[in-house]
Write a protein that binds this ligand. Structure first.
Ligand code: AVI
Length: 318
């Protein structure tokens, strides 16, 4: 099979240091990338199927409708890097039209990445697949050589919304460095909308988002000798209009002490761990952010209800 694997997964010591640092903050915080162990990745796939979670189906609708135009913008025979590829569902919608020479899916969830890279390589035997396990929220390596030109990138799902805006800018700048001047980035961005729609999307009736959030505690128990009782916490997700973001928290139901990697953390009743921000942008705000990161906007595609947007950006000349 035409698939190779490059492992730059965060080391257990790095995960431990980052979690301990976050729990020691006056407002406890754990970065959302730690949601994606194997069970967490499966729960996220289940979220994408929920009736309340509009982003996935809306983005796929946009990709289906405008895939031909997107492929034209990115060009054929490119080396295509997909960031946060997950189960590579969305790229399948584009591959027929795009026909890249090389496809490089990048994801932090190793088993998930490997499985989807293998199934994609089997379905598209003419494409060379180089799967790269990495934490793309930090500087990371890609299996690329000078000869791998032209390059394009795909960053779907509005995962850019899970960065703080300043970090999103720094991240886009790094993507621009990979692409080089003139390189194209296709990026999905969730749009500002009514609070009701947003609230339901992050508080689904079946409780899958709650399970996804609480799975973080189970992961910490397993990987960092934690003593969290997931039943002693509850999921909370709400829209913060001031910062135009959904915030997800794990709220302590009672005063309690929890051990993680030999350190004790005290929780008062109602105190939370902030586990995720999901920023919602206006189209112009996102363009301004992209511009600050060295990209110019070439095209924007949206659904009719303007729930979600997919942007075609071009890295400016140096
Ligand atoms: C991956 N990311 C774009 C999702 C989001 O909507 O921010 C993660 C998620 N969190 C809760 N539901 C989905």
């Amino acid at each position: 099979m035409n698939v190779s694997f490059f492992d730059d997964h965060p080391k257990p010591a790095d995960i431990r240091a980052e979690v301990l640092r976050g729990l020691a903050l006056p407002e406890k915080r754990i970065p959302p990338k730690f949601f994606y162990d194997e069970p967490g990745s499966r729960l996220f796939d289940a979220i994408c199927e929920l009736p309340e979670y509009y982003p996935t189906r809306t983005e796929i609708g946009i990709l289906r409708q405008y895939g031909g135009e997107m492929a034209e913008l990115l060009g054929h025979d490119v080396v295509l890097i997909e960031l946060g590829s997950g189960s590579s569902l969305k790229i399948r919608t584009l591959l027929e039209a795009l026909r890249p020479r090389v496809y490089i899916p990048v994801d932090i969830s190793r088993e998930h990445l490997l499985r989807s890279a293998e199934s994609l390589a089997a379905a598209f035997p003419e494409i060379e697949v180089r799967a790269a396990c990495a934490d793309y929220s930090r500087p990371f390596h890609l299996p690329l050589s000078e000869a791998d030109q032209p390059r394009a990138a795909f960053f779907p799902g509005s995962s850019v919304g899970n960065f703080e805006p300043a970090d999103a800018e720094a991240f886009l700048r790094r993507v621009g460095d990979f692409l080089g001047p003139g390189g194209h980035l296709l990026i999905g961005v969730d749009l500002r909308k009514s609070e009701d729609i947003l609230h339901s999307a992050y508080n689904d009736a079946a409780g899958v988002t709650a399970a996804f959030n609480l799975n973080l505690l189970t992961r910490i128990n397993r990987e960092l000798e934690g003593s969290f009782d997931p039943a002693a916490f509850h999921h909370s997700a709400f829209f913060n209009p001031h910062d135009s973001r959904i915030e997800m928290h794990l709220v302590s139901n009672a005063p309690q002490d929890v051990l993680v990697a030999g350190e004790t953390f005290r929780f008062s009743e109602g105190e939370s761990i902030h586990t995720e921000c999901s920023y919602k942008y206006g189209i112009d705000d996102f363009h301004a952010l992209a511009r600050r990161a060295g990209f110019e906007s070439v095209r924007v595609w949206t659904d009719d209800a303007q729930l979600f947007s997919v942007h075609g950006l071009r890295r400016q000349e140096d």
